[in-house]
Design a binder for this molecule. Structure first.
Ligand code: PEP
Length: 251
């Protein structure tokens, strides 16, 4: 399975900054990127074209959008449709990120609509799920993950090819906090997610990638990537500098 090494640049980087970082990533990674690693960057909308210019035509370098509205077009002021993103060469879409869920109030229904439409329009989708610290303390991790998976994937075509859908397990309390889930917590959550994907997609569910996200850094990436059912990482803070993200990609 090709490990997916994804960078979420959130609301950081102007267009020239994004262009420089993307070009630096190509410089430091292209010659030594193993065949089983794929680099994926989610820049802000305004930098998608610039990142596409740096990455296009390069094997295993992809770019995608952090957000979109799940309609083809219409009177949705301020929104961007998947069709508009396809024009920029994006092949990936991110759904369910905890900042969308918690800062912008996106519920499971909207996450499901976005995941379903994104896939139906031919994109690859990375759908994020994860529990809050209160939910973890209350012993509800599996219940929350099952619920987010069941609802988020309810409309998805069950005969989908496995490389089109990835799940990112991102415990909310580990995002941007410097606090990483323990290796045992990661193994347990990923094995539970694998089981649920098997129930939903049969054999294909065994080949879908499950990423870990939450304070991944160059010095912890290698042990996380070595765990069972960890098929990549989704990185926020440590992906903003080309040097640090390159070390993670090669970890
Ligand atoms: C994220 O934004 O998805 C994330 C995991 O952020 P960080 O790596 O900064 O915790």
């Amino acid at each position: 399975m090709i490990k997916l090494m994804a960078a979420n640049w959130k609301m950081y980087k102007t267009r020239p900054e994004a262009s420089d970082t993307a070009r630096d990533l190509v410089k430091s990674l292209e010659a030594m990127l193993p065949d089983d690693r794929e680099v994926l960057v989610f820049p802000p909308f305004t930098a998608l074209y610039a990142v596409g210019e740096a990455f296009k035509g390069r094997k295993n370098f992809s770019w995608g959008a952090q957000n979109f509205y799940p309609k083809e077009e219409g009177a949705y002021t301020g929104e961007i449709s998947p069709r508009m993103l396809a024009e920029l060469g994006c092949t990936y879409l991110l759904t369910g990120h905890s900042e969308r869920r918690h800062v912008f109030g996106e519920g499971d229904g909207l996450v499901a609509d976005k995941t379903t439409l994104g896939l139906a329009q031919g994109f690859r989708v990375v759908m994020c799920i994860g529990e809050t610290i209160e939910e973890r303390r209350g012993g509800k991790v599996e219940e929350i993950l099952k619920n987010q998976l069941d609802k988020g994937l309810s409309g998805v075509d069950k005969s989908l090819s496995p490389e089109r859908l990835s799940i990112a397990y991102e415990p909310v309390w580990a995002i941007g906090t410097g606090e990483v889930a323990s290796l045992d917590d990661i193994v347990q959550a990923h094995s539970f997610i694998r089981q649920q994907l098997g129930k939903a997609f049969g054999e294909r569910g065994q080949e879908m990638r499950i990423l870990y996200g939450g304070s991944v850094k160059p010095d912890n990436a290698s042990e996380i990537l070595g765990l069972d059912n960890v098929d990549g990482v989704l990185v926020g803070g440590a992906s903003l500098k080309a040097d640090s993200f390159s070390r993670i990609v090669l970890a």
